[in-house]
Design a binder for this molecule. Structure first.
Ligand SMILES: [Fe+2]
Length: 479
């Protein structure tokens, strides 16, 4: 298997080089078109939404990182009929649970909907890089799952992330989810817009949050999904008497925000393997002096590239996008944070929101001055690559109209559904793939080797650490 993996990795590199030779720096607008499956949600009686057997059996099971360093998880689930137990039993052998942790539950109402009992339990003190089994629910209807903790953070720790956005619950969403589950992804970076339940009325809003929780459980119960929020999580509905933004999301999904000294669950950071991941909220204040602004400034100082070389930012609204959909919506955040993204050499910024795929070159527009004018993104080796993966497949369909001509900053764009994987190999190299959903098949379509912005761009650092790169592919184009 390893031999084949190496072969495909080399093939990836060759494709990238061919791409560069063939196209120079011109951006590519993919001409791929395929008949899209109907963008309607899957009916609620479909088996993908099936409830588990047994009275009051836990459902909608999902896990996320529970601390800053990766030694804790938050395990969440819903019991439909009665509170039941909030306990998690866990251990390193199947059906032998040496440990347990006690969580808590709550419920909420939304318009005419009343939720089940939503449980959250922090499981901490875990060993790194270890397979655990866990059990939740009462004995006669208990359910068992497993997860694998990440390796201890270190500069050359390999790790594979999946990146999914704007998923929803259509047949296209199902295709994306299934394709991701076929990959070797170990954790998901989710870039906002989960269930699209807000497109329903009254109690159906809650019902579609429940169905989405069951829909994604085959992945979310077994590996952490790191959440960021999108506009479909806001759910500000004065006509329904619902005035508290993010109510359903905050009741159902947890983030480890306090561990990164954030004051709000909607923005936070974690270290995981060789990556430092910063999650931002497009829909919370972020201009100067706001809590999110102050927190991000301080969090960027806490990034230790000697320990976690890969600096990744997640945010829902793309900063750079050349689709007609949501064009320039990210401009306000760009004007506030882009300077920091460049000065801190962020590797990549993943966004959703636009229901298509797009990858930028390394560009910045930090010299814009409102007095003197002249506002053009220019090539900048210190800048992040901006990647839009809002193509999970929700009921709103594809954003099919790209702006013409393709702007200089856009490297590759295609209006199809899919997901991405980022395989971090060591402190200098990561293999990246965007995988199109192609009539039931997963097709790697945009493949890039990323060189780390901190380690690979500094010759001095690389010379000092020459040994760790031996055997790596050193002649690839720098993206
Ligand atoms: Fe969105």
């Amino acid at each position: 298997m390893r031999m084949w993996a190496s072969f495909f990795s080399l093939l990836n590199v060759a494709l990238v080089l061919m791409n560069v030779i063939e196209h120079g720096s011109a951006g590519i607008t993919s001409t791929f078109i395929r008949a899209e499956w109907a963008a309607a949600d899957i009916p609620l009686d479909n088996k993908v939404f099936e409830t588990p057997n047994g009275y009051n059996a836990p459902q909608q099971v999902h896990i996320t990182q529970g601390d800053y360093e990766g030694k804790a998880l938050i395990i969440s689930w819903v019991t439909p009929d009665a509170p039941g137990s909030s306990k998690v039993q866990f251990g390193t052998s199947e059906k032998q649970y040496q440990f347990s942790a006690e969580g808590s539950y709550s419920n909420y109402s939304f318009s005419s909907y009343k939720s089940g009992y939503i449980h959250h339990c922090l499981v901490d003190g875990l060993q790194y890089d270890t397979k655990y089994y866990y059990k939740i629910g009462d004995d006669d209807s208990g359910r068992e799952f497993r997860f694998h903790t990440p390796p201890e953070s270190g500069p050359d720790v390999p790790y594979t992330f999946g990146i999914i956005g704007d998923l929803g619950q259509t047949y296209n969403s199902l295709s994306t989810l299934q394709h991701y589950m076929e990959s070797e992804g170990q954790a998901v970076l989710f870039v906002g817009d989960l269930s699209y339940a807000d497109r329903y009325d009254n109690e159906d809003i809650g019902a579609r949050w429940d169905s989405w929780g069951r829909f994604v459980e085959p992945s979310t119960a077994y590996q952490p999904w790191l959440w960021s929020i999108g506009n479909h999580e806001i759910e500000y509905f004065p006509k329904l008497g619902e005035l508290v933004p993010f109510k359903s999301f905050l009741q159902r999904y947890r983030t480890p925000f306090e561990a990164s000294q954030s004051s709000n669950p909607l923005w936070y950071a974690v270290r995981r393997a060789s990556a430092h991941i910063i999650v931002l909220s497009s829909y919370s204040p972020y201009v100067k002096y706001t809590p999110q602004y102050i927190w991000l400034k301080e969090e960027l100082e806490r990034v230790d590239r000697e320990k976690t070389p890969w600096l990744i930012v997640l945010v829902h609204v793309p900063i750079y996008n050349s689709n007609e959909a949501h064009f320039m919506e990210g401009e306000c955040m760009r004007s506030v944070f882009e300077n920091w993204f460049v000065s801190h050499k962020v590797d990549m910024i993943f966004a959703g929101h636009v229901h298509a795929y797009e990858r930028s070159y390394r560009i910045s527009n930090i010299h814009y001055n409102v007095s003197t004018g002249g506002c053009h993104p220019i090539p900048d080796k210190s800048a992040p690559v901006y990647i839009t993966v809002g193509d999970g497949g929700n009921q709103e369909g594809l954003a099919a109209r790209f702006r013409d001509p393709q702007p200089d900053y856009s490297a590759f764009r295609e209006s199809s559904y899919g997901h991405s994987t980022l395989q971090i190999k060591n402190r200098t190299h990561a293999f990246y793939n965007w995988n199109r959903n192609d009539d039931g098949k997963k097709v790697p379509t945009d493949s890039v080797v990323f060189l780390n912005q901190y380690w690979a761009s500094n010759l001095q650092r690389r010379k000092l650490k020459r040994n760790i790169c031996r055997g790596s592919l050193s002649s690839v184009a720098a993206f």
